[in-house]
Write a protein that binds this ligand. Sequence first.
Ligand code: NAP
Length: 315
Amino acid sequence: MTILVTGAAGYVGNNTVKRLVELGKPVRAMVRDLDKAQKRLAALKGQVEIVQGDIMDRERLKQLTQDVSAVVHLVAIAIEKGGQTYEDINYQGTINIVDASANVPRFINMSQNGASSALPYRFLKSKGRAQEYVAKHANAWTALRPSAIFGPQDEFFNSIARLVKLTPIVFPLIGGGTAQFQPVSVYDVVEAIVRSLDDNTTIGQELELGGPEVLTLGEIQKRILGALNTSRLLVPAPVGLLRAPVFIMERVLPGSPVTSSLLELLAVPNVVKDNALISHFKLQPRAFSGENIAYLRDNKLGDTIQKFLRNATVN
Ligand SMILES: NC(=O)c1ccc[n+]([C@@H]2O[C@H](COP(=O)([O-])OP(=O)(O)OC[C@H]3O[C@@H](n4cnc5c(N)ncnc54)[C@H](OP(=O)(O)O)[C@@H]3O)[C@@H](O)[C@H]2O)c1
């Protein structure tokens, strides 16, 4: 039976839909923006049911969850814009889709490493509260908690690569470069999603997903410069120094790559304790290096400007 994927034109979403179709699974892809979906899912024309839906529209969600065997819930926002808040989209949106899925036997929730209702950071709090609701009310749920996800179309690592294009000599070591991450490939995350659907031992579990290495942001920035075959003078820019420029950027640029609330998250190590890619799925996760990050070179100066000034979908 059909699998409903929410956030299907998103970064993890379109990769998930492509993999499910490859595996011969019928997919209903819920998207908010049909134009973006046409671009991202063009290769699947005729092989996937593309439907428009807003995660805040409870009636629409009731229709879209009819006759589906599983929901893969990928809608969330990392940056608040256009009047959308973390509380609405990440928390209430998850309540809406869980409630609409009362008759759906299986539910995969994309959570986030570090998500917790106990934290003061609004983004992580909204994702933590959402998962608490899933754990209480969804049928046969599995939650995945990835660290930062890399791959073509990612926002985080591509944004750093785009900033390199705008800073010819000196490049700031964001927050001093000490924040820790465990970058995980989008292809490994997608594999965890599709395997979870058929693996009942994942039911009721929150599975952390990470890459093979813990990297500081400074090391990540150096690897990005390496992938771009370029070098810059790296100058530490403590969070305190970045607050004012980021505050201005998020008000002036429609596609600001960073916001005050994301800047605060640098204080929370984005490192996984038990990497389920290895311990549960027995996979060897891809590293944030070499050919796996060659896609960062695809960022053109024109795309950078379009992205920051118009928030255009450039990849
Ligand atoms: N990317 C990471 O590093 C990372 C790490 C850990 C966890 N995650 C989680 O992975 C999931 C997918 O993230 P992603 O990186 O793929 O983000 P993404 O590319 O922004 O995808 C999210 C999708 O949600 C859609 N959306 C936003 N508001 C909506 C609404 N009101 N109604 C319906 N759809 C709406 C967006 O639509 P538009 O395209 O129209 O904006 C977008 O396609 C999220 O739960 C995220 O928290 C991501």
